[in-house]
Write a protein that binds this ligand. Structure first.
Ligand code: GLA
Length: 359
């Protein structure tokens, strides 16, 4: 370690946020128990290690706006207050998505699809109410989540089918009106894959050409041990940087369960079908896999560090392995830096070591 590496930091950093200070924010997705300060294992880790938070579910449409005209901000308010009391960069996730959005949004009382104008008015009301409530307090919003299909074309979601392709522009416009200073993001998975990346590049170029106030692209980062390659990750970050947007890794985890290897999607239903029943590490993670995971994390952070200045934030999707969504479908998974007892894993040490040994 040289003095220049940790300028202003007299002792060797012991936490993720210190180790990457000046490079990018280190974020974590928090659940309800955590933002209510009721997770005795997770809360000390959150407070110690991270300087940004994302809400796992608390700001999704079905959480804050479950019925027509009914907003419930009980949990969202607690989430934001938790971030403020811990002096963290607070992220809003997410405004327009095809999941966790109630059917009534897209249907009239007879169950028929609403018109473009009705859906646009509904979207505007939602975005202005939610973004407006936290104006000046939430640093940035995942305005649109997962609008692209694997082939790079726009996904045929209810948003796209009813409003048309410009639902994305409209969502950004409404969010910008509600909080002109908030950062606005397009967030998606598998943008490392060529066809989808090409589609995203075309989309971002179009948005920029139209003057849409987009700040950054979020690469979700639901990774596998063998996907994406480091070259793909490197090229993906470079490709977006060239368009004049920042990049964020917004939902980082590394799925170690072998049955899912080779899968190239974070699509929830596709995964559920594929991995049902696969539970290869139910008795613990073998030491060699533990080491391979540590190396995988070190390599990935090497790529992120190479792009410091473009990569503004790296957010993990969960605190401990026990918290992860990747344990669903009957599998025991080990995708994060802290184990089920809240202890740092070799992968944690590897990520710290990457910061210490940077060129
Ligand atoms: C997507 C969403 C997240 C989360 C994960 C899986 O990536 O953006 O909010 O729901 O799926 O849990």
């Amino acid at each position: 370690m040289t003095a220049a590496v940790f300028a202003g930091c007299a002792t060797k950093p012991t936490t993720l946020k210190e180790a990457y200070k000046g490079d990018f924010l280190i974020g974590v997705a928090v659940n309800q128990k955590q933002f209510e300060n009721a997770d005795r294992r997770g809360n000390p880790i959150i407070q110690e290690q991270f300087d940004s938070i994302s809400p796992e579910n608390a700001l999704k449409w079905d959480s804050v706006h479950p019925d027509p005209g009914v907003y419930d901000f009980t949990n969202a308010d607690r989430y934001v207050a938790f971030g403020e009391s811990n002096h963290m960069a607070i992220i809003g996730h997410t405004l327009v998505w095809h999941h966790q959005t109630p059917q009534w949004v897209f249907q009239d009382t007879n169950g028929n699809p609403v018109t473009r104008d009705v859906l646009l008015a509904g979207m505007r009301d939602h975005i202005q109410t939610v973004v407006g409530r936290y104006k000046g307090r939430i640093k940035g919003w995942d305005v649109v989540n997962e609008a692209l299909a694997e082939d790079g074309k726009l996904r045929r979601s209810n948003w796209q089918k009813i409003i048309g392709d410009d639902f994305i522009e409209k969502a950004f416009q409404y969010a910008h009106e509600a909080d002109p200073k908030a950062e606005l993001y397009y967030n998606d998975y598998s943008l490392e894959n060529e066809p989808k990346r090409k589609g995203a590049i075309a989309l971002i170029k179009k948005l920029k050409a139209e003057g849409v106030p987009i700040t950054a692209v979020g690469l979700q980062g639901h990774f596998k041990m063998d996907w994406p390659t480091l070259e793909e990750e490197d090229a993906t970050i470079s490709d977006f940087a060239k368009l004049g947007v920042m990049v964020m890794i917004t939902e980082l985890d590394v799925d170690v369960v072998r049955a899912t290897q080779g899968n190239r999607t974070a699509d929830i239903e596709a995964n559920a079908r594929r991995v049902a029943g696969a539970n290869v590490y139910s008795n613990g993670l073998p030491a060699d896999v533990q080491q391979a995971l540590a190396k995988r994390y070190a390599d990935l952070f090497g790529v992120f560090l190479k792009h410091r200045g473009v990569v503004e934030r790296v957010t993990f999707w969960g605190v401990t392995d026990g918290d992860s969504w990747l344990n669903t479908w009957g599998r025991k998974n080990y995708p994060l830096l802290f184990d089920r007892d809240g202890q740092p894993k070799p992968a944690f040490q590897a990520v710290m070591q990457t910061a210490r040994s940077r060129p």
